[in-house]
Design a protein around this ligand. Structure first.
Ligand code: NZQ
Ligand code: ZN
Length: 390
């Protein structure tokens, strides 16, 4: 571990299927007037809504509902939520859903009492709320594993007018105060969403694993998580109601992006930058945008980090190294990743997500280029990766 860091994570986790007890415990210590925000209605079909309402009632809360948070939540929806939070003067926001709903709640949390253009300030200019500025605390009940939003400060918002999808990572004070994680709540996810969440988790780990070359505990943690995700994904795609597999996937997703495995190293995030730009153009499912570009991206950067890619093959995929050059082994690791993408049914290209040749220039313009990975891409390289992914 050659890097210096400060680590803290304020989110309290209630994990497991003794949910009513957990919800009541979690809600007991929070505000009186709760803004209950959720998505397009899945929680009303699978019973989660009833569980949450019962817990809110039994703890004596006044509830204001804010439904209709769409996947890839938009600036317009954010503005609506801020108005409702303000008009009702809520003192807590409870997000019930996947990453979109939890990200959205964090957005409302910081933007509700800000008078200016919140999109420009927090997402475009990447500012943080100033000390003393009013932030509405957030809690989460997670129904979809993947983003890690339940235990991080991330909030990804889409501006459809400018075709920009931008993630802002807020500080500790915006992170959920608690998150209730019940693996059974994820059983009702459509297969495609479950798989998207699995690949999103894997991608979060890869973004933090394919950087640096020192001997770092963070990388060993990442390898363990990847092995767990691969193992459990294989069980869950065949048997979606396997509690053991779904609980491992849920917990792995949380740890993949609650900052732990990125400590002490730089981070890449270029698969996410390209994926988010695709999302801004197509509104495609987040995890699928990542799986769709991963093969082309990793084949492209492999030559800049052969040693790490060879280690990925050996440790994560258990590919025997004997008699192989580092390059051959590295390449076989990417082959294994691609085979697994296909095996679980994630997208292995971006044409099926609605991307067409004529969009590539625009998607490249919307791609924010970062420099934490093994190779800082040029715009031409982004276009080449996109073309290879069609
Ligand atoms: O809206 P409802 O009806 O609830 O349906 C949702 C939605 O259609 C459905 N769903 C969720 N739980 C369900 C369920 N359906 C049945 N049963 C359940 N238990 O699944 C669909 C997708 O939900 P969504 O919340 O959009 O998925 P996800 O958790 O993948 O979140 C995606 C958003 O998170 C952002 C993405 O960019 C995207 O906007 N991300 C957030 C990150 C963070 N906070 O750190 C990092 C990620 O990389 C990611 O960028
Ligand atoms: Zn992601």
């Amino acid at each position: 571990m050659l890097g210096n860091f400060i680590y803290s994570n304020p989110t309290k986790i209630y994990f497991g299927d003794n949910v009513q007890k957990n919800l009541v415990k979690a809600l007991s210590g929070i505000g009186k007037k709760v803004l209950l925000t959720y998505g397009g209605g899945s929680i009303k079909k699978n019973g989660v809504y009833d569980d949450v309402i019962n817990a809110l009632k039994s703890t004596g809360k006044e509830v204001v509902e804010l439904p209709g948070v769409m996947p890839n939540p938009t600036v317009d929806k954010l503005i609506e939520g801020c108005r409702i939070a303000r008009e009702n003067n809520v003192d807590f926001i409870l997000a019930v859903g996947g990453g979109s709903t939890i990200d959205y709640a964090k957005g409302v949390s910081v933007a509700a009492w800000y008078d200016g253009d919140a999109w420009e300030r927090f997402w475009v200019r990447q500012e943080n709320p100033k000390p003393g500025e009013r932030i509405i605390p957030v809690g989460a009940v997670l129904t979809m594993a993947g983003t890690g939003s339940e235990m991080n400060g991330g909030s990804v918002i889409t501006n459809r007018a400018t075709k920009m999808k931008i993630g802002k990572v807020f500080r500790d004070d915006v992170m959920p105060k608690f998150a209730v994680l019940n693996p059974r709540y994820t059983f009702s996810l459509p297969h495609r969403q479950m798989v998207a969440g699995i690949f999103d988790t894997m991608s979060h780990i890869l973004e933090q694993y394919f950087t640096g070359d020192d001997d770092s505990t963070s990388d060993y943690l990442a390898e363990g998580l990847m092995r767990s995700v691969i193992e459990s994904s294989r069980v869950a795609v065949k048997d979606p109601e396997n509690y053991e597999a779904r609980s491992n996937l849920m917990w792995s997703a949380t740890w993949a992006l609650n900052t732990l495995i990125g400590e002490g190293k730089s981070q890449d995030w270029m698969v996410h930058m390209i994926g988010q730009a695709i999302g801004a153009y197509t509104d495609a499912t987040h995890g699928m945008t990542l799986s769709g570009v991963s093969e082309a991206y990793y084949r492209h950067i492999m030559k800049y980090a052969l040693k790490r890619f060879a280690r990925f093959a050996r440790v994560v995929w258990e590919i025997p190294a004997e008699g192989k050059s580092e390059e051959q082994l590295a390449s076989e690791g990417i082959d294994a990743l691609v085979a697994w993408i296909k095996e679980i049914g994630a997208a292995s290209e971006i044409t099926s997500l609605g991307v067409t040749e004529d969009m590539l220039e625009g998607i490249a313009d919307a791609t924010i280029i970062l420099n934490g990975g093994y190779k800082t891409l040029t715009r031409d390289e982004v276009i080449e990766i996109l073309r290879q992914s069609l």
